[in-house]
Design a protein around this ligand. Structure first.
Ligand code: DCP
Ligand code: MG
Length: 546
């Protein structure tokens, strides 16, 4: 068996994952209580992005996420459709839940630390998209155990085994915290959720899906390896589409290569010590990635819960359409995307006192299948003065500048011009590489003019968070990094990370843009490849940041 890096830990960790039940549907129904017992789907562009559990039962599994509405209606003719193209209510519900989580943890820590006469600590929370969060409650559990008074028993379901008493006790208390937090969230928001509890993110993430909805499972890690090695690698959180494609391509490359249909097959195939590792590295990129993959396939995951903030690392506004063949239509669409982005940048600036330095433009031509391209360029300088007191036209100027930049990218890289023939089916515009250097630059003025600057939170109040920003195009679940993602910021000081490889970008804008551009050009990135590259790398680093 190849050696995988594993840092021994003195005490077992306690990691919680929460995942809200049929999130968009629950949020939509919350404001339409008369729909509570009706089968409901949330629709984006003729696809059901989710459904409530009434619909799931009524349609006997035929209303899956991303099912075309027409097909769903055949399975369940009385489906109620709710338009989910505006993500504002879902973002707001996410913020509501995160605030409850933080309040709960903070108040628990304050009480315990007072009782134990010890300095307070923070339980890191890492948002994953709009409806998931990881929380490291190791210290909190330790404080609970020191303070005493809790019965040693599990809350909810338990999966697996362990003979480690410390682990048992730790996860028992963690499961109680998970249960209390779930109750708190449900009572305050009327939204139900599931929890996964374990000593590592990987297992907590697997546990959260074991009993749904409104339930929780503790995954005891004793026989995690046995469980994981029997799974198809693609089912492992972190083993992305790109990785799977590479591995399966390798299998097919030469006749006689054994199938890799389980994580165990992969481990077995590359278990030949250093040679195996190097062989796998040749497939997946580097030895570090190979090591991570081998660890993952054996249930190992020592990655930390990274404290995240409310500030997304990047944001994007995407639209897909049947056809766009004229410059006039393209200008209009570019303006729409630009307006949406600027609206959100303005709010973002007011809240986080920062501005983006890189603009990303994604596009796809008809006939390119799922494929498209993404380019990065410098954010028009005028966006930094979106905050200046230039009067009402600052917003318009920025919208115009970004619209122009989009058209320029399309002309330079997509060869689109008034004299060319084209048929575009997707356009996305994004902002990334945020800097908070211009902390005071953002204006008090909002597009709606009704936000109170006094209520804006400083960048110091930083919790990592990613925020889905699909405006019209439901292609992937927003928790996955893709063109449609506002992905999480890593730290308040960070100047930003590459939206493709997730590596920290150099502070110099020219170098940063060059890096993103190189990353994008590297494989002549397609929309999907960009997404999967993002997925893979992010999860690779997610599992390898130790
Ligand atoms: N979503 C989306 N596109 C997808 C999948 C999901 O836009 N391809 C949105 C709708 C979901 C939300 O993301 O409500 C959260 O995704 P989940 O996979 O957690 O799905 P749900 O919360 O809806 O259902 P579950 O109860 O299975 O968690
Ligand atoms: Mg969910």
């Amino acid at each position: 068996m190849p050696e995988t890096k594993k840092r021994p830990r003195a005490t077992p960790r306690a990691i919680l994952t929460f995942d809200l039940d049929c999130f968009y549907a629950s949020v939509a129904i919350r404001s339409r209580p008369h729909l509570k017992d009706k089968p409901v789907v949330v629709v984006q562009k003729h696809l059901c992005v989710t459904s409530n559990y009434v619909a799931r039962q009524r349609a006997h599994g035929a209303v899956q996420k991303m099912t075309p509405v027409s097909k769903a209606l055949r399975a369940c003719p009385d489906l109620v459709q709710i338009d989910g193209s505006d993500l504002t209510p879902f973002r707001a519900a996410n913020a509501e839940v995160m605030a409850i989580v933080r309040d709960f943890l903070q108040s628990r820590v304050t009480t315990l630390c007072k009782k134990l006469a010890q300095p307070p600590f923070q339980s890191p929370c890492q948002r994953q998209g709009l409806d998931e969060v990881f929380i490291d409650v190791t210290q909190l559990v330790a404080a609970e155990i020191s303070a005493g008074g809790r019965p040693y028993r599990f809350e909810g379901h338990v999966f697996g085994a362990t003979d480690d008493d410390d682990m048992h006790r730790t996860l028992m208390v963690a499961s109680q915290i998970a249960s209390e937090l779930r109750r708190e969230i449900s009572t305050k928001t009327q939204l139900t959720l599931c929890a996964g509890v374990s000593d590592r993110k990987l297992l907590a993430k697997l546990a959260v899906d074991m009993h749904k909805p409104n339930n929780q499972t503790t995954f005891l890690p004793g026989n995690a390896k046995e469980y994981i090695t029997a799974m198809p690698p693609r089912k492992l959180p972190g083993f992305g589409y790109a990785m799977d494609t590479k591995v399966q391509a390798w299998v097919k490359e030469a006749p006689g290569r054994p199938e890799i249909s389980t994580a165990g097959d992969l481990v077995h195939r590359f278990s030949d010590g250093r040679k195996g590792l190097q062989e796998l590295a040749a497939i997946v990129g580097t030895e570090a990635v190979a090591r991570t993959v081998l660890g993952l396939c054996q249930g190992e995951d020592d990655s930390e819960v990274l404290e995240s903030g409310d500030a997304p690392k990047s944001m994007a506004s995407m639209d897909s359409f049947r056809s766009c063949t004229s410059m006039e239509d393209l200008r209009r669409r570019a303006r729409e995307r630009s307006t949406d982005l600027v609206t959100r940048l303005l709010r973002d600036g007011q809240r986080f006192h920062r501005r983006p330095r890189t603009l990303t433009v994604g596009y796809r031509f008809r006939g390119g299948g799922y494929h498209g391209a993404m380019r990065a360029t410098s954010m028009p300088a005028v966006v930094s003065s979106l905050s200046s007191s230039k009067g009402g036209d600052s917003v318009d100027v920025c919208i115009g500048a970004i619209q122009k930049a989009i058209l320029l990218v399309l002309r330079e890289h997509g060869n689109i011009s008034a004299s060319s023939t084209f048929d575009l089916t997707l356009l996305t515009v994004g902002a990334t590489n945020f800097t908070n250097q211009l902390a005071s630059n953002f204006t008090n003025k909002t597009l709606s003019g009704n936000e109170n600057n006094a209520s804006l939170q400083g960048i110091a109040n930083f919790f990592r968070k990613s925020d889905a920003s699909v405006t019209h195009m439901p292609q992937t679940k927003p928790t996955e990094p893709s063109l449609s993602i506002d992905s999480p910021a890593s730290s308040p000081q960070a100047t930003g990370s590459c939206p493709i490889c997730d590596h920290k970008l150099p502070p110099n804008i020219v170098l940063a843009t060059r890096h993103v551009d190189r990353c994008l050009r590297g494989k002549d990135v397609t929309v999907k490849a960009a997404k999967t590259a993002c997925n893979t790398r992010r999860v690779d680093s997610f599992f390898s940041k130790r």
